[in-house]
Design a protein around this ligand. Structure first.
Ligand SMILES: [Zn+2]
Length: 464
C-alpha cells in the first residue's frame, strides 16, 4: 500500500520511485487535538517559568546565575520524567557589568537613566564628560563627514516602532550592534542610544553590541526612552549639552556553560528527532521571564504532555535549553557543530523565544510534498486562533546554525505587541506572563511535536 502511494507521488513530483508521501492519520490527529485541550488545562509551563524566575532569576551567560540555571534545568527535566537528560559544553568569552551612572552637566544639570550595552568597555576612572552630538539613525552617522564627532559623545535617537510581529526591532537594533564602531570612526569618545524598546518607562534596555578589530573601543550605553526625550528637548534649545558618563564594565575569562537537553525517547524511530528549543540564559537586569523563561516553560510543558501518554510516540522529542543565546547564539552553534552527523535525522525543529504572547500564525519550512500534513496540523491548531502563514519559516535564533544545513523548521509566531516594552530590562519579570496565553502556546507546540513525531514520511532535509 505504501509503495503504491509512493509511486503515484513520484508521478507528480519526480522523486525517487520509493519516496514516501508524508501523511498523518486521523487517529493521531485526534490524539493531537486531545493533547491541545489538555495543554489548555495544564499549568506545567507556567509553573516551570515561576520556578526558574524564583529559584534562579537573572542568568546572564558566564555568571553564577548561569551555573544555577544549568543545575535547575537538569533537575527540572529529571523531575518531570524525561527519559534521558544530559548536558553538552558551550564555551564563550564573558563580560561583567559594574555600576553605571549618567548625568547632564550643562546647561540643565539632571541625572539620566542608562545601562551599558553587553561587552561595552567602561569609562576611564572618574568618568568621562563630553558634548553631545545627535544623529537620527545609524545610517545618518555612517554618512556623516569624518571627524564630525571628534571628542564628543554621539547620541543616536532612533525610535523602535511597535508591531505585532516585532518587525520594528530589526531596523532599530543596528544602532545598538554597530553604533560604537561607527561612532569611534567619527572620532567620538562614547556613544549613547535611545533604548531599543517600545515602552515609555524610565529604565533602559540592554543587549549585545560589538567592536571591530582595529577600531577604537569606546563605551556604549542605552538611555531610557524618557531620558532620550529629555536629551532631545535640551539639544533643541541650541546650547551645547554636556553629559558625564561613569560606567564600570569589563571583559572576563572564557567560561564553559552547558546546553541542557531532555529527551522523550521514541518507540519505533528513537534516532529521529523533533527539536523544541528555547534559551536558558537571560540578560542580567530582569529575571528573564519573557526572554526566555516563557520559551523554556512552553517547550518543556509540550514535551511533558506527550510523555504523559500511555505510549511513547514513534520518534524522539528533544527539548534543548540553549546556553548563551543573548551574546551570540553560542549554544545553538555548539549544538549544530556537536550533532552535525545526525542533522538529517532531525524531522523538524521550532524555538520559542518571543515572550509569552499568544500564537496567531504558523509558518513552516518543509518540502513541498509535506504541505498537506502541515495543513492538517494547522487545522488542529485553528481552535487556538492560529492560521497558516507561509513556507518560509525562520525557526528562531538558536536554530539559525541548524537551518544552514537545510533542516525543516517551524515558526509559531507570537503576538509581540508588548514584548519590547520589557525586553532586556529590569521589568522582564514573572508577573508579565499571562497563564492563559502561555498555555495557548504550549497547546500549539504539543500539536506540532506530536504530529511530527507520529507522521509517516518526513518534512524533508536539505531545504533551501
Ligand atoms: Zn531571547
Amino acid at each position: 500500500m505504501k509503495a503504491l502511494i509512493g509511486l503515484s507521488a513520484c508521478l507528480f513530483v519526480g522523486a525517487s520511485a520509493f519516496a514516501q508521501v508524508p501523511t498523518i492519520d486521523d487517529k493521531h490527529l485526534k490524539i493531537a487535538a486531545e493533547l491541545r485541550d489538555e495543554a489548555l488545562k495544564s499549568s506545567i509551563g507556567y509553573e516551570v517559568v515561576e520556578s526558574l524566575t524564583t529559584e534562579v532569576g537573572p542568568r546572564m551567560a558566564g555568571t553564577p546565575g548561569d551555573a544555577a540555571a544549568v543545575k535547575w534545568g537538569v533537575a527540572k527535566l529529571q523531575e518531570l520524567g524525561f527519559d534521558k537528560v544530559w548536558t553538552e559544553p558551550v564555551t564563550f568569552p564573558t563580560w561583567k557589568r559594574g555600576s553605571e551612572k549618567a548625568e547632564v552637566i550643562s546647561p540643565y544639570p539632571q541625572p539620566l537613566v542608562i545601562t551599558a550595552l553587553g561587552f561595552s568597555v567602561g569609562t576611564p576612572e572618574g568618568g568621562l564628560s563630553a558634548e553631545i552630538i545627535e544623529f537620527d539613525t545609524l545610517e545618518d552617522l555612517v554618512n556623516a563627514p569624518e571627524g564630525i564627532a571628534e571628542g564628543k559623545i554621539i547620541f543616536i535617537k532612533n525610535r523602535m516602532k511597535r508591531a505585532r510581529d516585532g518587525s520594528g526591532y530589526g531596523p532599530a537594533v543596528s544602532a545598538r550592534g554597530r553604533g560604537a564602531v561607527e561612532a569611534a570612526k567619527k572620532g567620538a569618545v562614547a556613544i549613547i542610544i535611545r533604548s531599543i524598546g517600545t515602552d515609555s518607562h524610565r529604565m533602559a534596555h540592554t543587549g549585545m553590541m560589538r567592536y571591530e578589530e582595529g577600531v577604537k573601543r569606546i563605551p556604549a550605553a542605552a538611555l531610557s526612552a524618557p531620558d532620550a526625550d529629555l536629551l532631545e528637548n535640551m539639544i533643541r534649545r541650541g546650547k551645547p549639552v554636556t553629559v558625564k558618563l561613569e560606567i564600570e564594565a569589563e571583559d572576563g575569562p572564557d567560561y564553559t556553560s552547558q546546553n541542557v537537553i531532555g529527551e522523550i525517547r521514541g518507540s519505533e524511530k528513537p534516532d529521529e528527532y523533533i527539536i523544541l528549543g528555547a534559551h536558558l540564559d537571560s540578560w542580567d537586569l530582569g529575571t528573564g521571564a519573557l526572554d526566555d523563561g516563557a520559551g523554556i516553560g512552553i517547550t518543556v510543558a509540550a514535551a511533558e504532555l506527550i510523555a504523559r501518554l500511555p505510549e511513547r510516540p514513534k520518534r524522539s522529542i528533544r527539548v534543548i535549553m540553549f546556553a548563551n543565546e543573548e551574546q551570540g547564539l553560542v549554544g545553538g552553534k555548539a549544538y549544530a557543530e556537536a550533532h552535525k552527523d545526525e542533522l538529517s535525522r532531525i524531522i523538524t525543529a521550532a524555538e520559542s523565544d518571543f515572550g509569552a504572547g499568544k500564537i496567531w500564525r504558523v509558518d513552516s519550512r518543509v518540502k513541498q510534498e509535506a504541505i498537506p500534513v502541515v495543513e492538517k496540523m494547522v487545522k488542529v491548531m485553528e481552535p487556538l486562533g492560529i492560521s497558516y502563514g507561509n513556507n518560509r519559516a525562520g525557526g528562531g535564533p538558536d536554530l539559525i546554525p541548524l537551518r544552514g544545513y537545510g533542516i525543516s523548521v517551524f515558526s509559531l509566531r507570537q503576538d509581540g505587541t508588548d514584548y519590547f516594552d520589557y525586553h532586556h530590562t529590569p521589568d522582564d519579570t514573572f508577573d508579565k506572563i499571562e497563564k492563559e496565553s502561555l498555555d495557548q502556546n504550549t497547546a500549539a507546540y504539543v500539536v506540532l511535536a506530536y504530529i511530527a513525531a507520529q507522521m509517516e514520511g518526513d518534512f524533508g532535509f536539505g531545504i533551501e
